[in-house]
Design a protein around this ligand. Structure first.
Ligand code: AMP
Ligand code: GLY
Length: 417
């Protein structure tokens, strides 16, 4: 089968890697791909709008497309492919509102009684400001629309809150995304990510994983796209898993159905494990990055078949995992998530970890940095500590100028509080 993968990050390299191990995977096309995906298939640059992607898919007779990032999904690429009779993995434009509009997601959760922080929605700056002035800190302000992970501010006092409102609603730093804001209560606990394949009524969760969003050790500093992840999460109990399925995934999918929206694809629940139980921080309508890099190496299934079966509505009842742990450490360009230099040569000496590329390119057989998150290094072992040791051993064999990475990925799983 000829397969196209939209995106060029570590997640897309991991998706391609898993699909290439599948029996039915043949020719691979990455739009635009990176220095790692080139060893799996072709990197195709410059196809930005849906029309040119569809033209390309037709010309190359692509038989199956997998979408990595949220933007094309929220913009309706799946609906466009469906109209053209082209096969694609991911939710429709309407279903993608679960990520594309946080207000929509909150209303769905409220109607379905899904545990999530109490909230108010505002489209007027002065009304939002008055609300903050009455409300006690801490609270969380969120831009309604997509903001590349930067539209959420956890505020510890009113001044921070008003500043965030000004940036989102008046300065419009994230454009239309800040037209509407959600102000919600601050939840405390431990964050985990649970991704599930969803097809009709069937919901098939992957093993839980944990991201490390802040740039520095001990979760200090600004948020990033994610500095590392591991799977599975040892402190999630069977009871938690049952509650996540029963109280979160099932009612959310049912509520969408009531509204005439069928969800098909992967649904990612960003959760806070609070004292009262799991609560939803956000939904994403795609695979997580870097969670995917830690999850897929442990999957004992034909990944292509699984995605095709999601589309056909014939998902199996359970997934087979190898009983190991995988831990992904992201190597970033120093300065990320702020400004950073790129174009440095990357030297990788032989090591026995899986490497997924993100901001890399190959020119004349030399690998260079091209982005903030450059590589993820995945250690797999029988226990989490072993997976951590392995990943960090491999990192010693990789170098580029200004390389930066967190040293504590996995610690919350190894030594739970
Ligand atoms: P989101 O994009 O909504 O997941 O928010 C990004 C990050 O902000 C989350 O990963 C949490 O660390 C934090 N966050 C979001 N909502 C809340 C909340 N209600 N309480 C505490 N932290 C939150
Ligand atoms: N790891 C966070 C995300 O994919 O949104």
């Amino acid at each position: 089968m000829k397969i196209m993968i939209i995106g060029g990050g570590g997640r897309e390299h991991a998706l391609g890697w898993a699909l290439a191990k599948s029996e039915g995977g043949r020719d691979f096309y990455f739009l635009p791909g990176n220095g790692g995906t080139i060893s799996i298939g072709h990197n195709i640059k410059g196809l930005k709008d849906h029309d040119s992607i569809i033209d390309f898919a037709k010309k190359e007779r692509i038989e199956f497309t997998v979408v990595g990032p949220e933007k094309p999904l929220v913009d309706g690429i799946v609906d466009r492919f469906d109209e053209e009779g082209l096969s694609i993995f991911g939710p429709s434009k309407e279903a993608s509102q679960l990520e594309g509009s946080k207000a929509f997601a909150k209303e769905v959760m409220q109607n379905a009684n899904v545990p999530t922080a109490a909230f108010e929605i505002f489209d007027d700056f002065n009304a939002a400001k008055r609300y903050i002035e009455k409300k006690g800190a801490p609270f969380v302000i969120k831009a309604d629309g997509l903001a590349g992970g930067k539209g959420v501010v956890v505020c510890s006092n009113k001044r921070e809150g008003i500043e965030a409102l000004e940036i989102l609603m008046l300065e419009r730093k994230f454009g239309e995304s800040g037209e509407i804001v959600i102000i919600e209560d601050c939840l405390s606990g431990i964050e985990v990510s649970v991704l599930a394949l969803v097809s009709g009524d069937k919901i098939l969760p992957f093993i839980p994983s944990q991201d490390h969003k802040q740039i520095y050790d001990k979760d200090k500093g600004p948020n990033t796209g994610g500095m590392g992840a591991y799977a599975p999460v040892p402190f999630i109990s069977g009871k938690d898993t049952t509650r996540i399925n029963k109280e979160i995934f099932t009612p959310t999918i049912n509520e969408l159905k009531k509204r005439g929206i069928e969800y098909k694809g992967v649904l990612y629940a960003g959760l806070m494990l609070t004292k009262e139980g799991p609560e939803v921080l956000e939904f994403n309508v795609r695979f997580g990055d870097p969670e995917t890099q830690a999850i897929l190496p442990l999957l004992n299934e034909d990944f292509l078949e699984l995605l095709l079966r999601t589309n056909e509505g014939s998902l199996p009842d359970k997934l087979d995992w190898n009983n190991q742990y995988a831990l992904a450490v992201v190597l970033a360009s120093g300065g990320y998530p702020g400004t950073y230099e790129k174009g440095f040569e990357i030297v990788i000496r032989e090591n026995d970890c899986i490497l997924f590329h993100a901001g890399t390119k190959i020119e004349d057989r030399v690998l260079y940095t091209t982005g903030g998150r450059v590589l993820s290094v995945i250690g797999v072992s029988d226990d989490l500590e072993g997976a951590k040791q392995k990943a960090y051993q491999c990192i010693k064999r990789i170098s580029f100028k200004n390389m930066f990475y967190r040293k504590d990925i996995g610690d919350k799983g190894i030594k739970p509080l």
